[in-house]
Design a protein around this ligand. Structure first.
Ligand SMILES: [Zn+2]
Length: 368
């Protein structure tokens, strides 16, 4: 049986009152008050944030050395995780980091843009060609994610080449976020919440409800099938190939969800409060059935998460190769220049002291 959350693993919760000695109890009350303040002050972290962070972290693990060393230190990795989460703040009108043009960068409803059937073989991959064919408004409505990812890749290569560390993290985070979004099956279809197929609420049921409950499973699945990271000569084309592969996962996930709804008489759209409520007895049978049915279909959602990390690693590697394989992020500080007096300035000290030694002293006045 897998534990779905670590939030309840705080050691204090396991201690029985009998084990608490008096001094500990006197410390515990202020500690609890502080903890409650911390809970109130901490920003609400959605589970999809946790997944974005996991994908970025795994991509770094997949990178070859010495590129991996640029991101794998604890502080750098944490910075990259935060950067990978940040773009969801940019698209949120209530966030202080809101960017009005950000929203379409997070999805690409390809079946809303073209009426051509899967696998969309003739879809133009260059933005200019696609805009010419479908008009700019189509992409405001249905998204721009593959081009946003490509722009982030290009900007990352530039930042790496110039050693602009802040930009490297921002662009790498943006690339990580957009690549992950492109691998989420319900970010690339007009049926983005199952509303066209009788699966309402599937988007969050998959992204939050399911992933949240089985996070240990997804954390371990993402680490499988590591391979040598390839350089991508045509990254823009590959982004569209991956989008098509992800699209093929929509059908099996909808079928698994439909079977789980039928078997458990549960509709996740009716109970949004259950998404993050791991203790919900009402939701448990549905998510267990959904997960089991997905497993019987080869866990396409786990494959999507793993591919996101694998493909992100290839993109990061390609940006680094394009940038000329820099070995450090910030430009190396200039070597210390020897001063004209070198390090022998202390030889001048006695000279400086001479006036003190020979300064005319006031003679004591002998006259009474
Ligand atoms: Zn997003």
């Amino acid at each position: 049986m897998m534990r779905a959350s670590h939030a309840f693993d705080l050691p204090g919760r396991r201690a029985t009152p009998r084990q608490w000695t008096k001094p500990i109890r006197s410390c515990a009350i202020p500690a609890i008050v502080l903890f409650l303040f911390w809970l109130a002050a901490a920003p609400a972290v959605a589970w999809s944030d946790r997944l974005h962070a996991l994908i970025a972290e795994e991509a770094v693990q997949r990178l070859p050395s010495p590129l991996r060393d640029l991101f794998s230190g604890a502080a750098d990795l944490d910075r990259l995780r935060q950067a990978a989460i940040a773009p969801d703040g940019w698209r949120n009108p209530e966030s202080p980091h809101y960017r009005p043009d950000e929203r379409p960068n997070h999805f690409f409803n390809i079946d809303g843009i073209t009426s051509a059937p899967y696998p969309f073989a003739d879809f133009p991959r260059r933005r200019a060609d696609a805009v010419k064919k479908f008009g700019a408004d189509a992409f405001k409505e249905h998204g721009t994610a593959p081009w946003a990812a490509y722009d982030a890749l290009d900007a990352l290569a530039g930042a790496l080449a110039d050693g602009r560390t802040d930009d490297v993290f921002e662009k790498a985070g943006q690339l990580a976020h957009t690549t992950a979004d492109l691998h989420m099956p319900f970010h690339i279809t007009k049926n983005y919440d199952g509303q066209l197929s009788g699966n309402p609420g599937i988007h969050k049921a998959l992204e939050i409800g399911l992933v949240h409950r089985y996070f240990d499973f997804y954390s371990s699945e993402i680490r499988t099938q590591r391979r040598q990271v390839p350089y991508l000569a045509d990254a823009q084309g590959r982004l569209f190939d991956w989008l098509t592969e992800t699209y093929a996962r929509i059908g099996p996930i909808l079928e698994a969800d439909a079977a789980a709804r039928l078997a458990t008489a549960y509709n996740p759209a009716d109970h949004p409060e259950d998404l993050e409520d791991l203790a919900s007895d009402r939701a448990r049978p549905y998510y267990a059935a959904f997960k089991k049915d997905l497993e019987a279909r080869g866990s396409p959602e786990a494959a999507a998460i793993r591919d996101a990390a694998d493909h992100l690693a290839a993109l990061l590697y390609s940006a680094w190769v394009t940038a000329g394989k820099p070995l450090s992020l910030a430009p190396a500080p200039p070597p210390p220049q020897p001063s004209p007096t070198g390090s022998y300035w202390w030889l001048l000290l006695p000279v400086a002291l001479l006036p003190i030694l020979f300064w005319p002293r006031r003679r004591p006045n002998l006259k009474s």
